[in-house]
Design a protein around this ligand. Sequence first.
Ligand code: SF4
Ligand code: SF4
Ligand code: SF4
Length: 267
Amino acid sequence: MNTPKADPIKPRVAVHKFSSCDGCQLAFLNLGEDLLTLAGRVELVHFAEAGPLDPDTDVDVAFVEGSVSTAEDLERIQHIRQHSGLLIAIGACATSGGIQGLRNGVFGENWVTQIYSHPEAIASLERSTPISSHVKVDFELWGCPVSGPQMLAVVNSLLLGVTPRDNADKVCTECKRRGYPCIMVTRGIACMGPVTRAGCGALCPSLGRDCYGCYGPAENANTGALAVQFRSQGLSPEAVVQRFQSINSQAPVFLAAADRIRIKSHD
Ligand code: SF4
Ligand code: SF4
Ligand code: SF4
């Protein structure tokens, strides 16, 4: 890693985009006044979505949105790692391969030719993979998208020289702390909250709908017990597989859960 030419008072920060929808960068932009305050405390040297463009420069902290999905992504992530003090992966695309990871294992000429009139123009790799599959990642922020306040908390921790807090507890804990009625218990709606990582403030249950797992697997996620619960609520094995094969389909815990259900349903 090169030594960043940093002003010791103002760390140099870059925000890079890989294969993604830009939603996590928008979470940064949507910080509004907080972003302006932040801009006064760091030197934002590269953030295409916000204006500054200098993707090749040395930085103290690089935020990376998106998955590695093309040959060009493969080269670029190595370059960014070499030129960054800390590398933080933000969002489901960067931490698990994202929704585009649904193609993993089924990528082939067949469906590419069925979907695209010029399949020769598709330059995607067979698999969409998280940033940590290719380079060392210092911290991961999960979510689709990540929440702005969470990103701000990470930056503030780094500015104070402390390790950002990794909240890998379950969405259910946030639900309970905020006093939301459990929609799985009261309304019989299948909810991924018991196996999903906290951080969103139980956003979906607060609006009366189920969690669909966009923050990825929580620590000690008991996916087997939740699958049994879903089946007892009348979901077919295929429907249960789909619950685990969504935005974070390639997260190993969710992938393994889906595989177990598939194997069991064929016994
Ligand atoms: S994690 Fe979700 S919101 Fe963020 S870039 Fe990927 S698809 Fe977009
Ligand atoms: S609504 Fe979902 S997240 Fe909330 S307590 Fe019930 S199962 Fe957990
Ligand atoms: S409740 Fe679940 S699906 Fe909704 S934002 Fe939170 S983690 Fe994502």
